[in-house]
Design a protein around this ligand. Structure first.
Ligand SMILES: [Zn+2]
Length: 245
């Protein structure tokens, strides 16, 4: 057994373990993405309260075990109460946290990803308009996560031939927009969706939050989801359930 570690964590997700315990998937500032057991958390007399619910930010003490950490102390840092009461906000948080879990390797500290997740949850707590699957904030957060993972889509020229011709398609395999000559098996893309991608990439999340949801953003989000699926080999369950592809 190694020594206990202190870590500040966003709780990404949680699943039951045995009768009384849970395994939480965490993105920590100090250790990157790790899984940890929370003992007794499902008992009605649990001392943990709601502290280790998904989308909370906590200061934790983690004891390393053979394959998993065990949480021995938890102090709440941020709880996003307005987000908790907003169905679309919760869907948005679930999509972004699932993508973060899928795009980050186990146990590799990445302070920027931690900051990005916390910032996204804060903005979601301020409220989004319209559906999560058409939200500019969700699109922006996913693009920034893809950037951190090294999978930023190519938007300023054809990802296949390098020409500056007008983009007519989006290809996950090529890694971005493709021109008319290269469109082949790529998914056709509208000029509005291209603009939504460029916008979501270049603007801060706080600004994106205030922008209205739209069909073009929904289309851009489906393309980004294809890119995510291409690189991770899996699709975002939270996005699929919400009807966003
Ligand atoms: Zn081309």
């Amino acid at each position: 057994m190694g020594r206990a570690e202190k870590a500040r964590a966003v709780v990404l997700s949680s699943r039951p373990l045995g009768e009384a315990d849970r395994i939480v998937r965490l993105f920590t500032r100090e250790l990157g993405r790790v899984d940890a057991v929370v003992k007794g958390v499902r008992k009605t007399t649990s001392r943990w309260g709601g502290r280790l619910e998904p989308f909370n930010v906590c200061d934790l003490v983690l004891h390393p075990g053979r394959s998993l950490y065990t949480v021995t102390q938890a102090q709440l840092v941020d709880v996003f109460l307005r987000l908790r009461a907003d169905r679309e906000g919760l869907t948005a948080a679930a999509i972004v946290c699932e993508a973060a879990a899928g795009l980050t390797p186990d146990h590799e500290p990445e302070e920027r990803v931690f900051a990005l997740l916390r910032n996204t949850l804060r903005e979601l707590d301020n409220g989004i308009s319209g559906r999560a699957v058409q939200s500019p904030l969700v699109l922006g957060a996913l693009l920034k996560l893809l950037y951190e993972a090294g999978y930023l889509p190519v938007l300023d020229h054809c990802a296949a031939c390098g020409s500056g011709g007008r983009a007519l398609g989006f290809s996950a395999a090529r890694g971005g927009l493709v021109c008319g000559d290269c469109v082949g098996e790529a998914v056709p893309i509208t000029p509005e969706a291209i603009e939504a991608l460029a916008d979501a990439l270049s603007r801060p999340l706080a600004e994106l939050r205030g922008e209205p949801a739209s069909d073009a953003i929904g289309e851009a989000l489906r393309d980004v989801h294809q890119l995510y699926a291409y690189h991770t080999g899996s699709r975002l369950r939270a996005l699929r359930i919400a009807g966003g592809g």
